[in-house]
Design a protein around this ligand. Structure first.
Ligand code: ASP
Length: 254
């Protein structure tokens, strides 16, 4: 995590926030430790299906792929989709779009995930990745990528490629992890961003939104960054790991 955050910050010095969130999420997807890209969890029928989204806080353009198969970096497919009129593609359509863009076929299953699958034990809810960045022009962007909950019914839609799991505007960006069904129930990312945009402090926006999640004992975590560089972090998810770096101070929560 620390290596990736430092590398991501160096990249941000010469790239936009949008390019940076795609780059950082790709690095996280490539690390087997996380449940996104390589090392994604396997669904109940033995297939790896991944979801990812990306949003540009300035243009507000949002793009996502849901249940995509056989690609290395779902977030990069989502980024390519930003150039199209259609914002979110699912299943076969997402796979065909990736092929048409010349993205090579890739098997994201790892030996460890296959062993977990054989033993019928998923590490549910662990390891989705996300990044929010603020660039030198004051622009924000956010991206989130997941292999899902593990053992889900094929066709299940994750929050990660929706505005509940990933949302950003000119004021604030949020990326979420946890149980997608709980995140959707409170529109977690969109709510925090809206509250900060409407003038609430990051702390109050988090308190109010996580209070709504607590009403049904929801299981989620969210990272946030506002246009002033203030970051937010909270979870009801005991294993969320989070890092923030402004070039001087690295904050790491485990
Ligand atoms: N939110 C993801 C999902 O429900 C899982 C996770 O964050 O670990 O698909």
């Amino acid at each position: 995590m620390e290596r990736i955050v430092r590398e991501g910050y160096s990249y941000l010095l010469n790239h936009s926030a949008l390019e940076t969130v795609s780059h950082v999420v790709s690095l996280l997807e490539d690390d087997e430790l996380f449940n996104a890209g390589t090392g994604s969890q396997i669904q109940s029928d033995g297939v790896v299906r991944m979801s990812a989204s990306i949003q540009d806080g300035t243009s507000k353009k949002f793009a996502g792929v849901i249940n995509i198969e056989n690609v290395q970096n779902p977030v990069q497919v989502a980024k390519l989709l930003l150039n199209e009129d259609d914002a979110v593609l699912g299943g076969e359509g997402a796979c065909r779009f990736a092929q048409k863009q010349g993205i090579p076929a890739y098997n994201p299953a790892t030996a460890q995930r296959l062993a977990e699958y054989q033993e019928k034990r998923g590490k549910a809810g662990l390891g989705t990745v996300g990044c929010v960045a603020l660039d030198a022009d004051g622009k924000l962007a956010a991206a989130t990528s997941t292999g899902g909950k593990g053992f889900e019914i094929p066709g299940r839609i994750s929050d990660s490629a929706t505005v509940a799991g990933n949302f950003v505007n000119d004021y604030c960006g949020v990326s979420c992890t946890g149980v997608g069904e709980d995140i959707l129930r409170v529109a977690l990312a969109a709510k925090i961003v809206t509250r900060v945009s409407d003038g609430q402090s990051m702390m109050d926006a988090y308190a109010k939104t996580f209070g709504e999640l607590a009403e049904f004992d929801g299981f989620a975590g969210a990272i946030a960054l506002d246009k002033h560089g203030n970051f937010g972090y909270r979870d009801s998810h005991p294993s969320m790991v989070f890092a923030a770096f402004d070039g001087l101070t690295l904050v790491l929560f485990e």
